[in-house]
Design a protein around this ligand. Sequence first.
Ligand code: SAH
Length: 227
Amino acid sequence: MRTVGALLLIAAAQVPEEAALADARARMVVEQLEARDITDRRVLAAMAAVPRHRFVPEPVRAQAYQDGPLPIGAGQTISQPYIVAFMAQALGLKGTERVLEVGSGSGYAAAVLARLCAQVDGIELEDALCDASRKVLAELRVANVRIRCGDGFHGWPGRAPYDAILLSCAAEEAPAPLLDQLKVGGRLLLPMGRAGRDQVLVRITREKGGLRTEHLQPVRFVPLRRK
Ligand code: SAH
């Protein structure tokens, strides 16, 4: 009986915390996304649905819906919610696409993208982050994300071509293998620039006649590293 009572107490204590986090998430959508330039209804719905707090370490869980990046271990960070939403919107997904994310880290952006397309393949260099992201994606029953551990510089040739590729770490130029793995009409989004310096989010679209490059906005990402 005692154990049951204690369990009930724990469950009761967790309900208000979950409710507060859900409220914070709803406010995040209004105050950080709609108030800026996120207008894609599907992106807003995905951001409202994915529990970002599950993808960050316990000590920073209460800050999960604040307007900034957070540490996720291994010296890496989960991007600011607004930046995840902006990138998702910039990929222009309709629902049928196959998407590659290089630098899938905590798995949060992959979980958001998974609600906007058919399949997400993620590649992450840090083994600990690979393991943690697989675990939370399984707990949340996200069935259309597959995570591979390793260096994503070369993309995922066996599963290419992709409709969209998101490079979630900064590179001085677009990795050629990723450009090669885009379908015609496909787009690669990447933070371009040096680590710790000004970077710009760039969208490169493979058109029939060649590549079209657009500069979207200044950003700050951890660097792409090679193994
Ligand atoms: N989208 C992630 C953000 C992670 S930060 C999220 O939502 O949590 C960028 C990630 O890129 C880091 O986890 C880092 O380990 C990873 N990374 C850096 N170089 C890489 C490479 N060559 N291949 C794969 N992942 C890489």
